[in-house]
Design a protein around this ligand. Sequence first.
Ligand SMILES: *[C@@H]1O[C@H](CO)[C@@H](O)[C@H](O)[C@H]1NC(C)=O
Ligand SMILES: *[C@@H]1O[C@H](CO)[C@@H](O)[C@H](O)[C@H]1NC(C)=O
Ligand SMILES: *[C@@H]1O[C@H](CO)[C@@H](O)[C@H](O)[C@H]1NC(C)=O
Length: 461
Amino acid sequence: MAAPTSLPGLILAIVTAACFVHYSGAAGGEAHPDKYLGINYGRLGSNLPSVDQAVSLIAHSTTIRKVKIFDADPSVLRALANTSIEVTITFPDDLIYRTGRRALNAYRWIRSNVLPFVRSGTRVASICVGNEVLINVAASGKRVPSQLVPALYNLQSALQRYDLHGIQLSTPHALNVLNPSFPPSRGTFRKDLLPYLRPLLQFLNATGAPLMVNPYPYFAYRADPRGSPLDYATFKLRRGAGVRDNRTGLLYTNLLDAQVDTVYAAMDAIGFPNVRVVVTETGWPSGPESETGASPANAAAYNGGVVRHVRSMSGTPLRPKVPLEAYIFALFDENTKTGPESEHHYGIYRADMSVSYSIGVQTTPATPSPSSGSWCVAKADTGVPQLQAALDWACGPGKADCSAIQPGKACYVPNTVLAHSSYAFNNYYQLNGRQASDCVFGGTAIVTNTNPSYQGCAYPS
Ligand SMILES: *[C@@H]1O[C@H](CO)[C@@H](O)[C@H](O)[C@H]1NC(C)=O
Ligand SMILES: *[C@@H]1O[C@H](CO)[C@@H](O)[C@H](O)[C@H]1NC(C)=O
Ligand SMILES: *[C@@H]1O[C@H](CO)[C@@H](O)[C@H](O)[C@H]1NC(C)=O
């Protein structure tokens, strides 16, 4: 289609870009770890894999090495200990008020929720203090936003007190902290939020932490498919096409860049040109087809475009030298999120850990090296019926020992065909002397030298 020359829909885009509050986050691969790419590992699902399975999935089957979570759950922090994955945790909204009022509360929280985990090997990179709290003023009243920056200062003192100097503090924003505007260079913050945003930016400028924002071009597209064309929203414009900002002359080849630069322009407008923006959430739903634009192809195009952009190490048109850093939403489909059905379909993996669609971060297990251990596991992208047939064969005629994957036994959870197949395939493979020819199962299995064991479930080797 012809490149759009003006996009009135962008105005609406900014307003609608973050109507739904997300709670979630994750990322990781040894060969080519992604430096600026992360993933949100949310856990609002009734059928999700265990925390250990999820961490193992990120560590062994993706190139992502940055995970963001929506709380500071000890089980997640423990599972991430001594891995190559760093984590961004979230300080709860409902503790902000009292933490702003009393420094002691900040010390207590850091001492019990951060310090012990850092000491036992968890790499905590940053702390999100609340999630989109400024736009929730209506819900929370003025109490919480007024204590947001005081809470940041108190938490900063607490980090210093416990020698946790490397950890950054910030707070994610929905894009509707901005006024509706077009083009990007005209971006401004909402006037009613300036009393909170100015001191926040002072804090970020002084500490070197980034401004965190959650832009969703999908919401702009859904609200106005003509104003924000699909190709523009999903990184599919042909080379050289785009939307020109008529004030700066800069060409926008995708809507995400336009949204991020609207934030940069808003910071410039109030005198903070040196604070970096980090995209703490962005994503696109893979279904249901009944909702505008929600499809696996569009989700793969959008998220794949984000991955390519981040890997290019280029910035946005207004900040070409500041590499874009982004956390994709999300690791898994989450079936208990509220909102339209599409809210259940943001995962790059389904809840059974199969690949929902590929965006260039999901890897196959490493090639085996003869000198180290080797295991046989199910391929993550195999269809369930095919895996089930292979599983039945392994535990039946194949005589693999499948006792550990029976209900109540050590490897029963996660109760997925993928996890059970991996266990059974490996058992058969070890039993038969680790011949590559014993790790085929109709093409559903692959040899790996990464130990697939997880907490409580040891894979024989
Ligand atoms: C991580 O490794 C260190 C050093 O080997 C060890 O002391 C610590 O207990 C480990 N952490 C966990 C959670 O296992
Ligand atoms: C931002 O920080 C720099 C370096 O510390 C300082 O010189 C500058 O005045 C700060 N800007 C604002 C607007 O506070
Ligand atoms: C730029 O485009 C906007 C929106 O289409 C328009 O309102 C404005 O007048 C234009 N500005 C210039 C300098 O052409």
